[in-house]
Each structure stands twice: as structure tokens, then as C-alpha cells.
Design a protein around this ligand. Structure first.
Ligand code: ACO
Length: 328
């Protein structure tokens, strides 16, 4: 039995927030943001839009490309750190909107590595149980809802959006879409990238609110160094396991956290910049959504063909990181 990518979709909100807009909010400059991160602008959801609304638009487009309807789905997995609610899951909210009455649904939390983790889980579920014909995997975030708009260290980095993938069990023998993977976590670094309050450890109080504890806190420099080493080693291990050389990869698709991280990873893998996908300039870091948005843009651009290799790699809070080699 082989699993293939049957469709992809993505969605970003209409509202564009430029670096010039941020210059009016915090002590920063367009020049600093561009040179340190590569970000020129990001998309910000409307106040009434929740993560499931972004996910719905991306998922709808992926279902359309796959040529299926929601009732054909067996499972919906939503990777997010900004669910609509702590419970019920964003997956359950989407089940109703897609009319996916035959699907079981859950959220998966692995921060920026969420889409990689979800692809691995979705793919494994389908391999384990042939009765699952279609899985919808979505990475979606409304990071603007957990951004501290007074903290220049973080607020310039993030944006909102969603990316989705439909996996299909073709029912036939043949080439599978997931050739190899190397996923990791290290909870020893949980504190360097964290939203401290809002969970059971530090429930909401007037004090946590006043102390800006309901937003992303990040030790940027430390995260940067760990990210490059971790992604490079996961990519190398994945290629080695699949016996594929870097020169055979059509496109490296890195999580879009920082242009300098992306370029450092590409350099260390010895892959030319024109084979490393980048859209961070327009969207910033959209956490679990970023790789899904990239995949959809690559596939819809027509630049790749069935059979091409895509090397996905991500790094994020947890810490979590990894790589997946896909054959489109
Ligand atoms: N505008 C102007 N100055 C700023 C800004 C800003 N927006 N932000 C920070 N600075 C200042 C700092 O205060 C510091 O000043 P100081 O030297 O006087 O103390 C100086 O700029 C340099 O700060 P650094 O933190 O060293 O800057 P760096 O070059 O490391 O860039 C950044 C910071 C962009 C955050 C980078 O470290 C980074 O991208 N880190 C990794 C992010 C990442 O990969 N996250 C993982 C995924 S996110 C997730 O999982 C949700």
C-alpha cells in the first residue's frame, strides 16, 4: 500500500503588517528587521478570525485539489500552539465545518515542528490501518493572539496563516510519499521558547496578565544556534537513511523562522540557494503553518513534478525539531 500527497492548500489573512507599521509600535527599524531576519511584512488575522478559520480556508483548498469532500476523511490532525480553545480541539471544530462525520480528530502541539510531527503521525496511522483512506493534516496559527506587541525581541518575528496537506492511501503498491524522517525533542530546553502562563502551571491571573506572561518568550540567540545544528543533523540523517544525496533534492523546505538560519542550513547541507524555498519575507514566522504554506506555494507554482524529492526541516519550542524526506 502506498500513501501519496493528494492535495495541498494554504491561507493567509488579508491584513499586511509591514516593518514600517512596527516602527510605530516599538523601538525598531525596517533595516534591523530585514537584516537580522529577512522579514519585510507579515499577515495578521482579523480580530474575529480564530485559528480554525484560517485552517478551514487552507483545508478547503487542499480538499479541492485532492478532489474529495470532508465526509471522505478518516482523520483530521491540526498542528497548532494557538488552538481556538484549550478544549475542544481545533480538529473537532474543523470536523463540523468540513462535514467530516467519518473522521476522528485531534490537535498536535510541537510548535514550529508541528507540521512535520503531524505528517509523520498521519502517515503512520494510514500505514497501520488500511481502512483510513484520506487524512487531512493542517498547520495553523494565529500567533498574533499570543504576541507581546510591546516586546521588540519577539513581536517583529511572527505572523498568522495556515497550510494543509491531504494524504491519500492509493490502495496500490508503489512509491510512498514519505521516504525517511528524523524527528526529535529535548525538554531540557523547554524554558528558552515558551508561553509561560495560561496552562495549569500558571493559570490566568491579573498578575500574569500584567507581567506579559500570556505571550511568546524566547531566548533568541540561544535558539538560533541550536536551530542550525539540529536541523542540519536531522537533514543529514534523513538523507542518509533514504540513501539520497543533497544534489538529488529538488527543493529544501525549511521552517521559516529567520532567513539567516535558512541560509546557514542550506550552506551546511551544500545546497544552492535556488533550491531552498523561502517566503519568510512576506509572512514572517508562522510556526506550525510555515512548512504547509511553503509546500502549497511550491506545488501550485508548478515548479516541481511528481517524483521530485522535497526535504522538509523544522525547529521550534519544546524543543522539537526534525526532517522529513518527501517524494511528491
Ligand atoms: N529592533 C531593534 N533591535 C532589536 C530588536 C528589534 N526588533 N530585537 C532585538 N534587538 C536588539 C537586542 O536588544 C540586542 O541589543 P543589545 O545588543 O543592545 O542587547 C541586539 O538587537 C541583538 O540582539 P540579538 O538577540 O543578539 O539578535 P540576533 O541577531 O540573535 O537576532 C533573532 C534575534 C532574530 C530573534 C534571532 O536570534 C533568531 O531568529 N532566533 C531564532 C528564532 C527561532 O528559530 N525560533 C524557533 C521557532 S519559534 C517557535 O517555535 C514559536
Amino acid at each position: 500500500m502506498s500513501i501519496r500527497i493528494a492535495g495541498t492548500g494554504s491561507y493567509v489573512p488579508d491584513r499586511v503588517m509591514t516593518n514600517a507599521d512596527l516602527e510605530k509600535m516599538v523601538e525598531t527599524s525596517d533595516e534591523w528587521i530585514r537584516t537580522r531576519t529577512g522579514i519585510q511584512e507579515r499577515r495578521i488575522a482579523a480580530p474575529e478570525q480564530a485559528t480554525s478559520d484560517l485552517a478551514y480556508e487552507a483545508g478547503k483548498r487542499a480538499l479541492e485539489m485532492a478532489g474529495i469532500t470532508g465526509d471522505q476523511l478518516s482523520v483530521i490532525i491540526v498542528a497548532t500552539i494557538t488552538p481556538d480553545h484549550v478544549f475542544p480541539s481545533t480538529g473537532c471544530i474543523l470536523q463540523k465545518r468540513f462535514g467530516a462525520s467519518n473522521a476522528f480528530c485531534f490537535d498536535l502541539e510541537a510548535a514550529c515542528s508541528g507540521l512535520l510531527y503531524s505528517l509523520e503521525v498521519g502517515h503512520s496511522l494510514m500505514k497501520a490501518n488500511p481502512k483510513y483512506k484520506y487524512a487531512l493534516v493542517i498547520g495553523a496559527e494565529k500567533l498574533s493572539s499570543i504576541t507581546d506587541w510591546t516586546d521588540r525581541n519577539t513581536c517583529v518575528l511572527f505572523g498568522d496563516g495556515a497550510g494543509a496537506v491531504v494524504l491519500e492511501n492509493t490502495g496500490a503498491e508503489g512509491a510512498d510519499c514519505l521516504l525517511a524522517s528524523d524527528l526529535h525533542a529535548d525538554g531540557g530546553y523547554a524554558d528558552i521558547l515558551i508561553m509561560p502562563a495560561g496552562g495549569s502551571r500558571m493559570p490566568f491571573t491579573a498578575e500574569t496578565l500584567a507581567n506579559h506572561m500570556h505571550s511568546i518568550h524566547m531566548a533568541g540567540r540561544e535558539t538560533f544556534k541550536l536551530a542550525v545544528n539540529a536541523m542540519v543533523s536531522a537533514c543529514k540523517k534523513t538523507l542518509e537513511d533514504a540513501n539520497v544525496a543533497p544534489s538529488e533534492i529538488r527543493m529544501v523546505v525549511p521552517h521559516q523562522a529567520n532567513q539567516r538560519i535558512i541560509q546557514a542550513v542550506a550552506q551546511r547541507l551544500d545546497v544552492a540557494n535556488d533550491r531552498v524555498f523561502e517566503n519568510i519575507g512576506h509572512y514572517g514566522n508562522t510556526s506550525a503553518a510555515s512548512i504547509g504554506i511553503c509546500l502549497d506555494e511550491i506545488i501550485r507554482s508548478g515548479d516541481i513534478e511528481r517524483g521530485d524529492y522535497l526535504l522538509l526541516t523544522a525547529f521550534g519550542g519544546g524543543l522539537t525539531w526534525g526532517a522529513i524526506l518527501l517524494r511528491y
